[in-house]
Write a protein that binds this ligand. Structure first.
Ligand SMILES: [Zn+2]
Length: 96
């Protein structure tokens, strides 16, 4: 048994989080927000896919804008461009 460094109550020595106060223990399993080291930079392939299939770009943007702001921002812009072009094409087709 060990004791929580925050509230001092007894907790399981394998516990990652104190069940009493919710503070992380010293077990070394503290989730690292930057555990993945993928670089955050615009991805040409991803931009291209977003341009062709805007919905994928929009979803990517919504999901990763926190983790990869630069990458998702760039892909969101391409998705928007692709979306606008699709709209223009549809309008042209309907007008013909
Ligand atoms: Zn505690």
């Amino acid at each position: 048994m060990m004791y929580c460094k925050n509230c001092g109550k007894e907790i399981n020595e394998n516990a990652d989080i104190c069940i009493h106060c919710g503070v992380f223990t010293d077990n070394g399993h503290v989730p690292n927000r930057v555990s993945y080291t993928a670089p955050d930079k615009p991805d040409i392939g991803l931009n291209f896919i977003s341009f062709l299939i805007p919905i994928i770009g929009f979803i990517y943007y919504a999901v990763y804008r926190e983790s990869f702001p630069l990458k998702s921002d760039s892909c969101g812009k391409w998705a928007l461009a692709g979306f606008l072009i699709n709209v223009i094409i549809v309008i042209c087709v309907c007008l013909v």
